[in-house]
Design a protein around this ligand. Sequence first.
Ligand SMILES: O=C(O)CCC(=O)C(=O)O
Length: 203
Amino acid sequence: MLNNLQTSLFEESPIADISAISGLTYIPNFITQAEETALLEKIDNQPWLLDLKRRVQHYGYKYDYKVRNITSEHKLGALPSFLQNYCDRLEQDKIFTKAPDQVIINEYQPGQGISGHIDVLHFDNTVASLSLGSPCIMDFTHSQTNQKIPILLEPRSLVVLKGEARYIWKHGIANRKTDKYNGNVFNRSRRVSCTFRNVKFNA
Ligand SMILES: O=C(O)CCC(=O)C(=O)O
């Protein structure tokens, strides 16, 4: 189910007009609770990389955070089946025209976030992020006007960025332990996200 007028975890009233960000789609409950548990277990059985303050895992291709680049030399190999299944689903659901070939998993402990950024052009037009564990607020900031729109990402939801949402709006998560949304305050717990992309070599 697509949801343009977002409702919060706490109330049924609409709180963020997602249609203000062209190209952004928010899909609550993209996966079930059982799928979330199984995916987290698989992820936690893989080695974590300590490239950044937060722990990460890279699949398909390694992303170089210093050079902000990906080349064919960064190829790591086939995606593991626990991720390939979701990549195939994203193609079947027509969220991607071609199954993603690169996945970055980020782990955020309470207090950790990610600076506002626009994904590099070495990634193709569609970027989708699946949230596991804690809810958190992702801030979208228009790169020209600085207009800021906070969007609540609920566990098991998928947020899809295309067009302006992908190329004009920065997305980021504040480094804080508590989020306030629609008058409600909630403490963050551990959040893990899986971000699906396709690599583009001629960027
Ligand atoms: O955690 C997320 O949902 C987004 C991750 C992200 O923006 C990134 O890896 O570039």
